[in-house]
Design a protein around this ligand. Structure first.
Ligand code: PEP
Ligand code: MN
Length: 443
């Protein structure tokens, strides 16, 4: 496939791109990006595709999550470790209590760009460009910070490399060994109900492991985990610059992440994002909101997965707790009737955002849990497979979503509200969600 073929998206309307003030600087940055090494290998993307094919067949479950928006400042060992620790704990809960293999995908190492509903933000009568993620501009509300800077695409690449290096070291270098199930929880047990519940499960796992070792079983899978990276491929100049032809197959892969997805605001059938995604061979996702028609979903399948390759396409529904039970069934049913193979996963975050009286963007944990429950009800009723969850969470004890086991009230939001974009579940809330999902999975 020629490189020119990968640029057909340039002739189409492209939503949500920054107004770069200096196109010459952008071109120089893109050239530099094109010469940099891949962050992931095509073979790893294919492996993930195989795992997602198992999800589509009903044999595995996806846990995909991380920050709404990563920041350059957040690429620290402690921050990445805390996120991974929480993700590993959630995955253990799902594997052990839900009895299902879990495909672990981080919203990490590249989740630096945000679509915005408005191009500008007004504060105290001052209007500046909206924050579009660290890949584009700065969070501070000053003209200098908010000016889109192409140099940030390079920083996004390097920050992704650092994060992915840490993630690979943590997951392959002993930290993810099942004998560490207690260690991941150590700083968390005493003070939280979710931590105590987890500790009980970890003790059971210890006993099972001791039994297996006594039997002489010590499989490789107990010592490391497969962990994959993903982000919304929003800024097409960046993802295009990191698209390479795989020497094994001669096919193009976006080597900035294992999986990339198209957001709710950029999934126009005749738009640039769908066109670009149709050319790369990674496993891909598309967010589907409550206004999606079955015809749109099927047209997306025809464009993005015409050969019906298993594991290639994942639909990430984000309907809202109050819509999921009426908006999702027809979509799932019509897609199934079309004969297409897709994995269905549930993003219970983005349909449930509201503004608290304090002005903080927040979500109710109860709504999040209710959307997940609705997602399972819909799939159980249709006999299709509820294939996973996609969440925004952090390993820290932030106060961004209200409710949950350690009841956070709307008045508490200001205590530790640190997100650069949407509100994330904190560690306890994430573990509670995992226990709930495990119950739903087994029921
Ligand atoms: C997101 O995942 O942060 C996001 C913007 O989601 P959506 O495209 O579903 O609105
Ligand atoms: Mn978000």
């Amino acid at each position: 496939m020629s490189a020119i073929h990968l640029d057909t998206w340039r002739d189409l309307p492209v939503a949500q791109q920054p107004a770069w003030p200096d196109r010459g600087e952008l071109a120089r940055v893109v050239d530099e990006l094109k010469g940099l090494p891949p962050l992931v290998f095509a073979g790893e993307c294919d492996q993930l595709k195989q795992s997602l094919a198992a999800v589509a067949r009903g044999e595995a479950f996806v846990l995909q999550g991380g920050d709404c928006a990563e920041t350059f400042a957040g690429a620290t060992a402690e921050n990445v470790r805390n996120k991974l620790k929480t993700l590993l704990q959630m995955a253990i809960v799902l594997t052990y209590a839900g009895r299902v293999p879990v495909v672990k995908i981080g919203r990490v190492a590249g989740q630096f760009a945000k679509p915005r509903s408005k191009d500008t933000e007004i504060r105290d009568g001052v209007e500046l460009p909206a924050y579009r993620g660290d890949m584009v501009n700065g969070f501070d509300f000053t003209p200098e910070a908010r000016r889109p800077d192409p140099g940030r695409l390079l920083r996004a690449y390097h920050s992704s490399a650092v994060t992915l290096n840490l993630a690979r070291a943590f997951t392959k270098g002993g930290y993810a060994d099942l004998r560490q199930v207690h260690a991941w929880n150590q700083d968390f047990v005493a003070e939280s109900p979710a931590g105590r519940r987890y500790e009980k499960l970890a003790r059971e796992i210890d006993q099972a492991l001791a039994f297996m070792r006594a039997c002489g079983a010590e499989p490789e899978e107990f010592h490391t985990v497969e962990f994959y990276s993903s982000h919304e491929a929003l800024i097409l100049d960046y993802d295009r610059a990191l698209t390479r032809i795989d020497s094994r197959t001669g096919l193009p892969y976006d080597v900035s992440a294992h999986m990339v997805w198209i957001g709710e605001r950029t999934r126009q059938l005749n738009g640039a994002h769908v066109e670009f995604f149709s050319k790369i061979r990674n496993p891909i996702g598309v967010k589907l909101g409550p206004t999606t028609t079955p015809e749109e979903a099927i047209a997306l399948i025809e464009k993005l997965n015409p050969d019906n390759e298993p594991g290639r396409l994942t639909f990430i529904s984000r309907m809202g707790a109050n819509r999921v039970r009426d908006a999702l069934p027809t979509l799932v049913d019509k897609v199934r009737a079309s004969g297409a193979t897709v994995a269905w996963i549930c993003d219970p975050m983005h349909g449930n955002t509201f503004e608290a009286p304090s002005g903080h963007k927040t979500r109710r944990v109860d709504d999040v849990l209710d959307e997940v429950a609705g997602f399972f009800e819909v799939h159980h009723a249709l006999g299709t497979h509820p294939g996973g969850v996609h969440i925004e969470f952090t390993g820290d004890d932030v106060t961004e979503c209200v409710g949950g086991g350690h009841e956070i009230a709307e008045e508490d939001l200001a205590l530790r509200y640190e997100t650069a974009c949407d509100p994330r579940l904190n560690r306890g809330q994430s573990l509670d969600l995992a226990f709930r999902v495990a119950e739903l999975y087994r029921s």
